[in-house]
Design a protein around this ligand. Sequence first.
Ligand code: ADP
Length: 489
Amino acid sequence: MAGRPLRVLFVASECAPWVKTGGLADVVAALPPSLAALGLDVRVCLPFYRSIRREVGEAPACATVLGALVREATLPSGIATYLIDAPWLFGRDGGPYQDSEGRDWPDNAQRFGLFARIAATLASDETPLLWRPDLFHGHDWQAGLGPLWLKNGLPGPAPSIMTIHNLAFQGLFAPETVEALRLPPGVYGVEGAEFYGRLSFLKAGLHYADALTTVSPTYAREIQDEAQGCGLHGLLARRRDHLVGIVNGIDDRVWDPATDPLIPARYDRDSLTGKRVNKEAVQRRFDLTIDPTRPLFGMVGRLTWQKGIDLVAEVGDRLAGMGAQLVVLGTGERPLEDALRALAGRHRGAIAVRVGFDEGLAHEIEAGADIFLMPSRFEPCGLNQMYSQRYGTPPLARATGGLADTIRGVDAGSCEGSGFLFAEATGAALWEALVRALASYRDRTCWTRIMRAGMERDFSWAASARRYGALYETLVAHPEISPRMRAHP
Ligand code: ADP
């Protein structure tokens, strides 16, 4: 490898700003430039969806693999991409996984089956490209068949890594799919790509990849247990020496209260007065009583069971009874939206809910709230808790996944830490933490210390990119050796 940078092929179904349905797109957009800053040569392989064609036009084709054209284009970040152009699979209106009515595309197995197989081919001796990667780095189930092909038939395969962004999405298909995709013999079994009688793209990736990562160390441990393992905990526990958790970073240029154009008043840790202006603006926007002394809780995200919205609904009346305020922005499950609306209806001036997706308002809430709520049942990494710490809005969160890894919990009676954590996913435990946070809030000196502790933290991608870089080097040098054992001799 001496003399040239390590080459890594990212294989993913989303990348911001071209195609995004969730946090995966942000990671695939942000991590490659951070790796490039360390001297690595990273390129991203994506399906050539119609939406990407609209962005980049007819990008030049450089090869044909398995009947699809491989086109080349450059992301706004300067990172090069290989776009798999199979118009019969990707040339259609609608989302990457679903049609505009929200129904899964019926040929998703064909779509991502071919995509992953072509990407694997690019990482083998069969590649027609001059740029040959040293590593295949797949993300989530859409890339899962890549490691399967690399380990079963492709000549000169590069070592492979799979990253789990959310174990709950697995890419499960009927057993006939094995035949339809012409998978190599022997791969469809419990020791392979079968998951209780169905073909699992994610399990294929987790079984055949040389190394596995997920987006926080705590989530890496949690998914080895039944409670959060989504049926794959046995496999993950067996492969624990090949599984590492590397926490996601945030885009700290977009999320910076000192420069954020989306908030009414800018501020930093040395001059916090702007935060008061932002609080008043949020109270006004949501028709709450304008009062700087009332503690204001904020929440932004999917309104789902995962996010513990039912727990918030459970404690909402008591929260308003204590004189606190709450604003919520999000969309999600209808019964949870309704529960929050009913709560807001009972406490006008104190609790308000906005159902919808609004980037600007999300920034305003991060900046204007006093405390940010994230009582998630599980959270692979989570981003809002990092944004809120940067914005001097200490998070109050359940100690799970990335929340446990990125928030330094303040103990009762202490002013050390950057947020508030609780253990049990119950209304009672959430309430106990709320009372604890409000006690700290009333002590202004203590509160300012907690705010500043969060604002001083570094959540940039640089540190995590270094960890990925170290993992890549280990794998390329010794693909057979457990990454964890080498990292912790
Ligand atoms: P997840 O990926 O599980 O939905 P994350 O916290 O990792 O949760 O990332 C969600 C991202 O989407 C955050 O940046 C969050 O602010 C943003 N977001 C979610 N819902 C909304 C909304 N209704 N309006 C604006 N931004 C939202």
